[in-house]
Design a protein around this ligand. Structure first.
Ligand code: GLA
Length: 388
C-alpha cells in the first residue's frame, strides 16, 4: 500500500491547504469462479495488498466536486446535479458512486478528493472496484454517518459500473474490495450472497500473478456480450419449462442446456457450458482446500483456463502462452484471472519451483513478445477502511 503522506501532500497542494480524511480499498484476486457472479454462481476471491487511497473532505458547496487524479496529474471539477456528469473516465467513478450513494439516502454535497492507486491498471485486478469502494467508504463516512451497510456499498459500486461506465459486471470485485480480510479468501454464493472466509495458507505453495501487460479494459469489450449469451440461454430454458423459475444459469441443469442447444446456437451453448462447469469447479476447489489437496486445486485451475480460452473465448494469445509455460514448468495450477481479454494469469506454484518458473516465463515471453511479463506476488490483504 502507498504512504498516506503521498496522497495527503497532493491533497493539500491542489486544494485549499486543509487536510481531510483518508480511505483505502484494495483490488482483488480470484482463485477460481470466473464469469459466474452474474450467473448466480460461486466465486472465490480475496483482497490484495494493493489498491486505491483517497483523501476527501466536504467543501461546503451544494454540489461541486473538485477531483484530482494524482497518478494522471489530471484535475476535473464537476457538479453532482449535472445530468451528463464529467467526461474523464476516472471522474465518472466518482460522479457515479456519489449519485448511487445519494440514492441510498446519503445526503452527499460538494467535496474535494485526491486519490492515487497502486493496483496495476488493466491487469484484471479490479482497479475500478477499488476506486468505487474507496469513494463509497469515504462518502458514507463524511456525509452518511456510516449508515450504509457494506453490502449496499458493494451494490452501489456495481450500479456505478452499470449506470455510468457501461460494464454490466457482477458483484465479485466490489464484494472482495469491501469485505476482504488479510490472509483469507472468501467463497461467495452470488445468488444468496452468503459467504465464508477461508484462511489461505497453502503450505509449500504460493500464488503469483504474471501480467501479460496486454491491456484489459472491460468497457467496450465483449464482456457484456458474454453476459447476454448466458441470459439468452436462460430465456430459452425458461420458455421450455414455464413451470419452473430460471433466473440465471445457476438455476439450469446440464440436461436443460442440452435441450436448447440447437436453438441457442453453438456459441451461446459453449458459453453456458463453461459457466455450468465453472460452478462445479468452485465447489471442487472448496473440497480440495478443506482436504489440503493443492494439486487438485491446481488441476481445476487448468480446467478453468481451458474453458475460458476455448469455450468462453475471453483469453488471448499471450495469456495462453503464459499458461503453456506454467504447464511446461510443472506449475501446480494456472489460469487467466478476471474478466479476460488481457491482464494476468494466476499461478499456484510450489515454493521449490517458483524461481525457475518466473525466470523461464520472463525469458520465453520476452523472446516471443519483446517484453517481460510483470510479476506480482500475491499478499491477501484487508478490505475498505478509513486510515485517518
Ligand atoms: C470482471 C467483473 C466481475 C466478474 C469477472 C469475471 O472482473 O467485474 O463481475 O464477472 O470479470 O469473473
Amino acid at each position: 500500500m502507498m504512504e498516506i503522506d503521498f496522497v495527503r501532500s497532493r491533497f493539500i497542494k491542489h486544494f485549499d491547504g486543509k487536510t481531510g480524511n483518508v480511505y483505502a480499498s484494495p483490488g482483488r484476486i480470484n482463485l477460481i469462479g470466473e464469469h459466474t457472479d452474474y450467473n448466480g454462481g460461486f466465486v472465490f476471491p480475496g483482497a490484495v495488498d494493493k489498491g486505491v487511497m483517497a483523501e476527501m473532505r466536504a467543501n461546503g458547496t451544494e454540489d461541486t466536486v473538485m477531483a484530482y487524479a494524482i497518478d494522471l496529474k489530471d484535475r476535473v471539477d464537476f457538479h453532482l446535479n449535472d445530468p451528463a456528469g464529467p467526461k474523464a473516465s476516472w471522474a465518472r467513478y466518482i460522479y457515479g458512486i456519489a449519485l448511487e450513494m445519494k440514492k441510498l439516502g446519503v445526503p452527499v454535497k460538494g467535496f474535494n478528493i485526491a486519490f492515487a492507486g497502486d493496483v496495476p491498471l488493466g491487469a484484471g485486478m479490479s482497479s475500478s472496484a477499488a476506486m468505487e469502494s474507496c469513494f463509497a467508504c469515504g462518502l458514507n463516512d463524511i456525509f452518511g454517518d456510516n449508515k450504509v451497510s457494506q453490502w449496499d456499498m458493494v451494490l452501489a459500486g456495481q450500479a456505478t459500473e452499470h449506470n455510468y461506465c457501461g460494464v454490466n459486471c457482477g458483484i465479485m470485485d466490489q464484494f472482495a474490495s469491501v469485505f476482504g480480510k488479510a490472509g483469507c479468501l472468501m467463497r461467495l454464493d452470488c445468488r444468496s450472497r452468503e459467504f465464508e472466509y477461508f484462511p489461505f495458507k497453502p503450505d509449500g505453495y504460493r500464488l503469483v500473478l504474471l501480467d501479460s501487460v496486454v491491456k484489459h479494459q472491460l468497457a467496450g469489450s465483449p464482456y457484456n456480450d458474454r453476459r447476454n449469451s448466458c441470459e439468452n440461454v436462460v430465456k430459452h430454458i425458461q420458455a421450455k419449462h414455464p413451470e419452473g423459475k430460471f433466473e440465471t444459469l445457476r438455476d439450469c441443469t446440464w440436461e436443460q442446456l442440452e435441450e436448447v442447444k440447437a436453438e441457442v446456437g453453438e456459441e451461446d451453448y459453449k458459453r453456458a457450458k463453461f459457466v455450468l462447469g465453472e460452478k462445479d469447479r468452485v465447489l471442487g476447489v472448496c473440497d480440495a482446500l478443506n482436504e489440503g489437496d493443492y494439486e487438485k486445486v491446481g488441476e481445476l485451475m487448468y480446467q478453468t483456463h481451458e474453458g475460458l480460452s476455448k469455450d468462453y473465448e475471453v483469453s488471448c494469445e499471450e495469456l495462453d502462452f503464459l499458461n503453456d509455460i506454467a504447464k511446461e514448468c510443472g506449475v501446480t495450477g494456472s489460469r487467466i484471472m478476471g474478466g479476460g481479454f488481457g491482464g494476468c494469469t494466476i499461478n499456484l506454484v510450489r515454493n521449490d519451483l517458483y524461481k525457475q518458473f518466473v525466470a523461464t516465463a520472463k525469458q520465453k515471453f520476452n523472446e516471443k513478445y519483446g517484453h517481460e511479463p510483470k510479476v506480482y506476488d500475491v499478499v491477501i490483504g484487508d478490505g475498505s477502511r478509513k486510515l485517518c
